[in-house]
Write a protein that binds this ligand. Structure first.
Ligand code: TRP
Ligand code: ZN
Ligand code: CA
Length: 435
């Protein structure tokens, strides 16, 4: 074709029309990141946190109660793990019964600050024991879930916040203090609060709080998937920190495996165990690491992670893999044959990812002239950019995401470029693959 001037004039008005219609050109091949399932929370890690809390109690007069040294040591222990995992942590101090109490708040950077999903657990014990089921269990499960968020590099739509409350055993003191000191605008940003208080009872039931329907359903779905029946929690609504949030209108939910109430024979049929208290060591000195049912702790910890992942609508960005780049210039003949730039990929096991990043840098006036393809080592062709008579802009400088999961990674990958119209010219500046 040698119609360069009239073609341009005609094409300009067409470009305007396509722009008005919402045409987006190069980004048409972009693939959204998939929503990923929550990981299995390693119960061994949760149990290690419980063993550490037990050691803290042992070293501090046998408890982790408000106003005792074992409480502050527990706060410092949890905070250090979260700091190392990339959380922004804040210790909030309050005074109760003439002694200083502490809440620990941990924010995971990112997410929508106007939609906060929060999970919490009280970290204090009663003074009579180490408080491993009540409430090392909930504290350890949300700690390990927070660490799993960090390991996964979770990038949720919502902002994630975790809280460990002080002085719950003295009347929900820490969580009330937190909520009362949150400005109204900040309260309204909390889209949900999930509470975990006693989730490893030695003779467990599987109870779900009957509060916000969406939160409740998220937990029920998880247990249904395991084939584990649940019941609505009735051993004292308002007896834990979710009440502080519920009282100011924040949607709440949570899990519970039972305290001093006795398991009925129908519940024994359903869940096994014995027709005795769900937790015979409730608020006693025998609430130690021996006072935990590992299966209940495991299932509930996984349910915590499932709810956090699901309710925050998380997506993950796996860390980028190896990068291969060819920066040698390749000139593109005007209205001529296709040319290629090659990168030789080595040392990558298995297939290419579903999110292969193809970095393209082509210097060329009136880029609509160009057809750009990615050619896999076996010759499979992935079109990155079609010909467009109307796209008069300069240069193709973008990163395409290609589902290359059916291609073996290792081998010679080519960026193939052909100029299909006369007059404008240019060259491949660089071609880069990120696995
Ligand atoms: N820490 C709570 C308490 O001592 C335990 C508890 C009892 C609980 N009943 C509950 C927690 C119901 C949640 C839901 O009161
Ligand atoms: Zn408790
Ligand atoms: Ca040309």
């Amino acid at each position: 074709m040698n119609l360069s001037v009239p073609r341009r004039a005609a094409a300009l008005s067409l470009t305007a029309a396509l722009t008005l219609a919402g045409f987006t050109g190069a980004s048409a091949n972009a693939t959204p990141a998939a929503t990923l399932a929550a990981p299995d929370i390693p119960v061994a890690n949760v149990k290690q946190h419980l063993a550490d809390l037990q050691s803290i109690a042992n070293a501090n007069g046998g408890n982790r109660a408000h106003g005792r040294t074992g409480y502050k040591a527990s706060i410092d222990f949890v905070k250090a793990k979260l700091d190392a995992a990339g959380y922004t942590t804040t210790i909030q101090q309050f005074t109760y019964n003439g002694t200083t109490g502490y809440n620990l708040i941990a924010d995971w950077p990112g997410g929508d600050p106007n939609q906060v999903l929060m999970a919490g657990a009280h970290l204090d014990s009663v003074s009579s024991g180490a408080g491993i089921n009540d409430n090392g269990s909930g504290s350890a499960a949300i700690l390990e879930t927070a660490l799993a968020v960090s390991r996964a590099g979770l990038q949720p739509t919502k902002h994630l916040r975790f809280g460990w409350w002080g002085a719950e055993e003295l009347g929900l003191v820490g969580s009330k203090y937190y909520v009362n000191n949150l400005p109204t605008t900040e309260r309204s940003k909390i889209s949900g609060y999930l509470n975990f208080d006693m989730i490893g009872s030695p003779n467990p039931g599987y109870f779900v709080y009957d509060d916000d329907p969406a939160i409740e359903q998220t937990f029920k779905d998880y247990f249904a998937g395991l084939g584990v029946p649940t019941e609505i929690e009735t051993e004292g609504d308002g007896r834990s920190d979710h009440a502080s949030f519920k009282n100011v209108g924040i949607p709440v939910g949570g899990l519970f495996t039972g305290a001093s109430r006795v398991k009925t024979s129908a519940q024994v049929q359903k869940w096994g165990g014995t027709a005795t208290a769900f937790d015979r060591c409730y608020h006693s000195s025998c609430d130690t690491t021996a006072n935990i049912n590992d299966t209940a702790l495991d299932r509930n910890s996984d349910a915590v992670a499932h709810a956090i992942w699901t309710l925050s609508a998380g997506t993950t960005t796996p860390p980028p893999g190896p990068v291969f780049e060819n920066t040698a210039d390749v000139s593109i003949p005007d209205n001529g044959a296709a040319v290629t730039s090659t990168v030789n990929v080595t040392g990558v096991t298995g297939n290419a990812p579903a999110t292969l990043k193809v970095g393209v840098d082509i210097i060329h006036t009136w880029r609509g002239d160009l057809v750009v393809d990615l050619v896999a080592p076996d010759g499979s062709v992935y079109n990155l950019k079609p010909f467009s008579s109307s796209d008069s802009a300069d240069n193709v400088q973008t990163t395409y995401t290609v589902n290359a999961s059916s291609e073996v990674a290792n081998g010679a990958w080519k960026l193939r470029v052909q100029d299909k119209a006369a007059y404008d010219t240019g060259y491949i500046n660089s071609f880069k693959l990120t696995f």
